[in-house]
Design a protein. Structure first.
Length: 259
């Protein structure tokens, strides 16, 4: 799936730039729209399998380039979030949703407890284990998750272009918002178009906050990162912005932009 030669994948979890020297560890939970053949497409139409319901368009492209710009390690899911959403705990109904916005997912309807446990073991546990291993290998890691969102949701246009999201630890989000105007003219908002109340900060809650690790979740509107050129520009923008924010927090030696 990855375009980088220094990426490894077992079709469940993708690891990029394992020798990265940055303190930043990037996470892309909705990187892929791949549905393993054994799931028979989850009963979805071709259009639904390619839509934002199945993945975060552009997010992996931005993440890979950002990994290069920051020399950061990157962990990404190798399957569609409709198979298993790795940014949700096994107890969440949204981990294997029967409905995503207006898209019904027949293959997720009426799942038994055994079915759900099987998917947790097949997709979530390997992803979590790889991320935990990568984070344990980095001294004082900074966790940054990369997502994209659709411009129109339930028929309503979203004017926000970049969301800077946080849960109970707002240190890195605050620093990014403080210096945002130095890096972008985009419509940047805190905890938009989602916030922790929507259950979107699971990775931060699980892998960053309990250990006091700096963390933030970045959401980019997907019409801004449709092409390779747009993804490169956004990753370059984010790299400088992240490095600046980390410097504000005294971590300038650990996070440097190589754009």
């Amino acid at each position: 799936m990855s375009q980088l030669t220094h990426a490894t994948s077992d079709d469940t979890v993708v690891a990029v730039n394992a020798a990265g020297t940055s303190s930043v560890v990037l996470v892309c939970e909705h990187a892929s729209r791949h549905i393993p053949a054994s799931f028979d497409g989850l009963g979805l139409s071709d259009a639904a399998r390619k839509s934002h319901a199945a993945w975060d368009p552009g997010a992996m492209g931005v993440s890979e380039i950002l990994a290069t710009r920051l020399d950061a390690r990157l962990v990404a899911s190798g399957v569609s979030r409709l198979v298993y959403d790795c940014n949700r705990p096994p107890s969440s109904p949204d981990a294997m949703p029967a409905l995503s916005e207006v898209v019904e997912v027949p293959g997720n309807t009426g799942l038994s407890d055994e079915d759900r446990r099987a998917r947790v073991d097949m997709f979530y546990r390997p992803f979590e284990a790889k991320l935990r291993q990568v984070l344990d290998d980095v001294v004082d890691p900074i966790v940054i998750t990369i997502h994209s969102f659709t411009p129109v949701y339930h028929g309503v246009f979203r004017p926000v272009e970049i969301g800077v999201l946080h849960d109970s630890d707002a240190r890195l989000a605050d620093a990014m918002l403080k210096v945002a105007a130095k890096h972008t003219n985009a419509n940047v908002r805190r905890n938009a178009p989602y916030g922790p109340e929507h259950g979107v900060t699971h990775t931060l809650q699980e892998h960053a906050i309990p250990k006091g690790r700096l963390n933030v979740m970045l959401e980019v509107r997907n019409d801004l990162i449709e092409t390779a050129a747009q993804q490169d520009a956004m990753a370059t923008l984010l790299a400088g912005w992240i490095a600046n924010a980390c410097a504000e927090l005294g971590r300038e030696r650990d996070v440097q932009c190589r754009a």
